[in-house]
Design a protein around this ligand. Sequence first.
Ligand code: ATP
Ligand code: MG
Length: 275
Amino acid sequence: RVNRGDFLHALDEVHPAFGVSEEELQSVIQNGIIRFDSIVDELLRSGELIVEQVRTSKRAPVVNVLLHGPPGSGKTALAAAIAQASAFPFIKLISPDNMVGMGETQKISAINKVFSDSYKSPLSVVVVDNIERLIDWSPMGARFSNPVLQALLVLISRRPPKDRRLLVIATTSNRPILTDLGFMDFNAVMRVPPITSLSALEYVVREVDLFPADEDRRDAIRMLRDAGFDKKSRDDPSSRLQIGIKKLLSIIEMARQEPDSVAERLTTALMELDL
Ligand code: ATP
Ligand code: MG
């Protein structure tokens, strides 16, 4: 049985050399989590349940989940938000952005170190972000780093030492490739969808205060509706609107720079996405 003393001692053990880097988590959730659709709440809720499973289950010391979805749909931010909400004493991100310029060997030892550090904490979350980029997957000739792949395959399902529990949250924009490469046995798989409805888009626009006046916002949405953004055709049952939250937020920030023609800017930018 773990008492409070053990727990505090465990915390001492993992701080400050490793542990939770708040800045690291914050930096990937820079723009917060906007609840533009019920799916966002559902994803966070699923994450919460998985965290509870890791916290309480005696049988599954390691749980690994996959967040997949199109580029910019918000996978990294959601993974970080779920990790942060766990309040586990050890939370770490393995991200290709932090490994720029590293060779294969260096990468593998950095990845290994994160996992072995996590084993020192009773409860840990490791986010393995953008697996296809971590292994340098290239569609040209289907090349990738096999040593990095093998290391990841082993580490994300390896049982931690006794009395240690680990949640691994992996992300990818290319689920089919991951399956082909052997990542098949995730405990849970969650899809992070792009924004496809004008009501979700309007929610985001309102949340970030793009239009000071409600009327202007409604006009802008009408403009997009007139331009056919929420149309579904018979040939293509999917919505014409398909945009990741990341891209949408960057378009919004650009439109904001032109206070006299925000709505036009927004519409033009969305058109130019070649929808
Ligand atoms: P990539 O495919 O390039 O890796 P991604 O899918 O990982 O992109 P993020 O890097 O997570 O996307 O970018 C999402 C951005 O949108 C973050 O800045 C985040 O703060 C913001 N955001 C706002 N609302 C949400 C939401 N509901 N879900 C996810 N991210 C959100
Ligand atoms: Mg990402």
